[in-house]
Design a protein around this ligand. Sequence first.
Ligand SMILES: Nc1ncnc2c1ncn2[C@@H]1O[C@H](COP(=O)(O)OP(=O)(O)OP(=O)(O)O)[C@@H](O)[C@H]1O
Ligand SMILES: [Mg+2]
Length: 310
Amino acid sequence: MNGSNGVVSAIEPIGASEVEPKGIAEEPKPSGRKRQGSVLDAIRRGEPTKATVHPEVLTEDAVIEIEAFSLWYGSSRALFDVSMPISRGKVTALIGPSGCGKSTLLRSVNRLNDLIDGVRVDGRMLLNGAPLYAPHVDVIDLRKRLGMVFQKPNPFPMSIFENVVYPLRIDGVRKKSVLRDACERALRGAALWEEVKDRLAAPALGLSGGQQQRLCIARAIVSDPEVLLLDEPCSALDPIATQRVEELIAEISERYSVLIVTHNMQQAARVSRYTAFMYLGHLVEYGPTEAIFGNPKLRETEQYVTGRFG
Ligand SMILES: Nc1ncnc2c1ncn2[C@@H]1O[C@H](COP(=O)(O)OP(=O)(O)OP(=O)(O)O)[C@@H](O)[C@H]1O
Ligand SMILES: [Mg+2]
């Protein structure tokens, strides 16, 4: 996993990333003064490039540290030396065109990619300072510490109650009162309790799409994970359900660290503190959300967030 694999780094690790002196990111910069030259062209040509990381993200306490992380599906490389800290107790958004590796990066954090034949990784990921890919890591236990919610709500064909407490059941929790309390806490945390408290025994598949997604969030938080990983959690939802889930993310982020993939630029701008822009498996620019959307350092980031490509 670690060590030489004969592949030349396309991006230098974070220590060598292009980190500008503090303060510069906050100064308004006319777009004419943005850095010229196309980083994205260089990435497309396979030339070495550096991620542009705003200094603010490096001053945060990191719950997850991603260090020169690369991933291959067979012979096809999907991530190129990605280095980025994920801030504790904040929402971090991953944005970028389809196929740029957002889901791959998210799934690498809870090692879901391990389940795919032919996947190989290099570099490191740390959760609270402990390497996630070390040989002794109990992957099942790890996944309990990292709640994940997917694009399409995926409730199990069982009752609302059993869906929520499922992770506790497979953990061996049997006591009715413990399960009932945990179910209520998780459903309240997922802003769904009031809507379902009188029909906990009803099938979860009878809920609306937006309710199902909040149910999946309840299931993801019932065992109190350290980090919540959300992969386009609103893309199958209507605007009202999306708004509910966004409000929920804002509430949840007071207690959890959240890493969210979204294609919706307004959503990234609304819900996240930090935003990372990825392209073809590379981290391109990473900084405070208001800087990425309002005053990015790279012209290409500006073009992407304003919908001029991708
Ligand atoms: N299971 C897999 N096997 C082989 N290649 C894969 C697999 N999953 C993803 N890839 C490839 O890895 C690259 C990154 O895919 P990924 O799904 O991470 O992108 P994404 O940024 O999440 O895209 P989208 O926005 O469309 O969800 C793509 O080229 C994709 O085809
Ligand atoms: Mg994806």
